[in-house]
Design a protein around this ligand. Structure first.
Ligand SMILES: Cc1ncc(COP(=O)(O)O)c(C=O)c1O
Length: 393
């Protein structure tokens, strides 16, 4: 009999092997402190503090008032798939057939479909450590295996072609990279993406690229892997750049021959992506919405610039500045090799909530922490002042 306590309770072994976020413990602590009247500054939250832009809300409300509340096709509204294809043409100069866009409940839903469609039992998915922790668990629930490859600051926390060569085995199916990445915000350049694509092709494998933070770029223009490799698979979402986390809408771009399998799986697993969210998304690419999103990007850039200059004097080294997303991954080795208890003490003693590196993998996880700049500049300044006082700087 397995010693896994969840199995003993009758849960599957896989349920017992999916780790909860450690930051949830920090969040629960933060909520308890807040309920007791403490002022907590939230730098742990992985979603923008801006609501969905008005034109998108208006579009969803109008659609619902017009009675558009039923299921859509499993792959999403054809007009939204066409709009996405137009967006890729206009913004990234790539010509992708609307048929290759698969809408799903978030990038999470898209990865669920992709994992169901492509991963067999025992196959491996190569991933960077540190990385967004949920991705490896999608492999796990399909009895495949997310293989973490240590990626330090010297590699800008990203998989390299050499990693592909070293770690690829007979059972490896694909490599999944993220650009911009969570928790580090690093971006893969078109040349780097192209080199990765070639390395993966040399192994007859697949390159999956999580582009969910696309558009939240601070050091260069937004990119897509599709401009350098038409065979790559893209995961993306309306959650972050478009400010729609709670609406649950994302998409994948896949080779056309995979679409029927994804369609069948989508019909079975969730019937269709959420209808109001899709009508809201139809207004995402209007100039009015884009102007709002650009202002928000500029606001995030100001916050990033502020933290980049304010954190190092406190002792939080930033080995690699983020090019995108809304995170700074800082080296806190001066203070700790146990990032979870460090974050807990920081919260208890300063009221500033940050995320421990242990949530993103194993490699150097005890000495790193993530700061999310998803709160306004004044609150960031207050957080820095509190940390400064606490650290006696
Ligand atoms: C790197 C990365 N990929 C995917 C997701 C999932 O996003 P969603 O399902 O909201 O589209 C997240 C959410 O934080 C993320 O950080």
């Amino acid at each position: 009999m397995s010693a896994d306590p969840s199995v003993l309770r009758g849960n599957s072994a896989r349920a017992g092997q999916v780790r909860p976020f450690q930051v949830m413990a920090i969040l629960a602590e933060a909520q308890a402190l807040q309920a007791a009247g403490r002022d907590i500054i939230h730098l742990e939250v992985g979603e923008p503090d801006f609501p969905t832009p008005e034109p998108m809300i208006d579009a969803a409300v109008a659609a619902m008032r017009a009675g558009k509340t039923g299921y859509t096709p499993a792959l999403g509204l054809p007009q939204l798939r066409r709009k996405l294809a137009d967006y890729y043409r206009q913004r990234f100069a790539v010509d992708i057939s609307p048929q290759r866009f698969v809408l799903a409940p978030g990038a999470s839903g898209a990865l669920l479909l992709l994992s169901a469609a492509r991963l067999d039992i025992g196959q491996k998915l190569l991933l960077a450590d540190p990385g967004y922790p949920c991705n490896r668990n999608f492999a796990r629930v399909f009895e495949a295996h997310g293989q973490l490859v240590p990626c330090g600051a010297d590699k800008r926390y990203q998989l390299t072609p050499a990693d592909i060569q070293t770690h690829w085995t007979e059972s490896t199916k694909a490599a999944l990279v993220a650009s911009p990445a969570n928790p580090t915000g690093t971006v893969l350049s078109p040349d780097e993406l192209s080199a990765l694509a070639q390395a993966v092709k040399a192994q007859q494998g697949e390159l999956w690229v999580d582009e969910i933070y696309q558009g939240l770029n601070y050091t260069g223009a937004a990119q897509t892997v599709l401009s350098v490799d038409d065979d790559a698979v893209v995961l993306n979402s309306f959650s972050k750049f478009f400010g729609m986390t709670g609406w649950r809408l994302g998409w994948a771009v896949v080779p056309e021959s995979w679409v029927p399998a994804l369609d069948t799986l989508a019909q079975n697993l969730f019937l269709a992506p959420p209808t109001p969210a899709q009508y809201a998304a139809l207004a995402a690419f209007e100039p009015e919405t884009m102007a709002i999103l650009e202002q928000r990007r500029q606001e995030l850039a100001r916050r990033r610039d502020y933290l980049l200059q304010a954190l190092p004097p406190l002792g939080f080294e930033i080995p690699v500045a983020p090019d995108g997303a809304f995170y700074i991954y800082a080296d806190a080795s001066r203070f700790t090799d146990d990032s979870l208890s460090f974050c807990s003490r920081v919260l208890q003693e300063t009221g500033v909530a940050i995320t421990p590196g242990v949530d993103f993998g194993d490699y150097q996880a005890g000495t790193h922490v993530r700061f999310a700049f998803t709160t306004g500049l004044e609150r960031l300044q207050e957080a820095v002042a509190r940390l400064q006082q606490w650290l006696g700087k």
